[in-house]
Design a protein. Sequence first.
Length: 174
Amino acid sequence: MVIAETPRLLLREFSSNDVGALAEILRDPKVMEFSTNGPCTEEETRQFIDWCLDSYRDHGFGQWAVVDRLSGAIIGFCGLSHVELDGAQEIEVGYRLAPSVWGQGLASEAAGAALEYGFSHCHIGSIIAIIATRHVVSASVAEKVGFRINTHTKYRDWDVRIYRKRRAVTTGAA
C-alpha cells in the first residue's frame, strides 16, 4: 500500500519480498553508523520488516519503504515508530537511505511526507527525532522539516538530542 507520494519518491508498506533490497542497504556500516543496532544481517532485516508489518497492523503506521519513483528501486526506509524515551511513550520519525542517494534532499522529502501522514492521517499530536549529538547531517534533515531541539538525553547509552515537532493546530474562521 502506498502511504505517500512526493515528486521523487513513494513511501509504501514493506512486504516480505523487500528483504534482499533492504538488507543490501542496512548491511552497509556507513548507513548504520548512527544506528544503535549497527549493521544488519539479512535475517535481522527480515525481522525488521516483520516488525514493520506488525506496526502497520497494530498502529496504522510504521517504517515504510522509500522507493525511487523513476527506477522503482528501494533506496531506504522512513517512517514512524513507537519508542520509550526517558520513561515516556513517544512517536519517533526515523530514516535510513542508501549512500548512492545521499546529498540530494531525499531524506528531507521522505521525512516530510512521513510527518504529514502522521499528523493528518494518524492524528498524532507530537513527533520526535532522536539524533546522536555528532550526527550533523541528520540534525540538518530534522531542522529542514520543522523540528526544533527539545532536550538532550541518553538513549541506549548514546548522547542524543531530542528534536520535536507538533501538529499545527488550525482554528476555524469566524
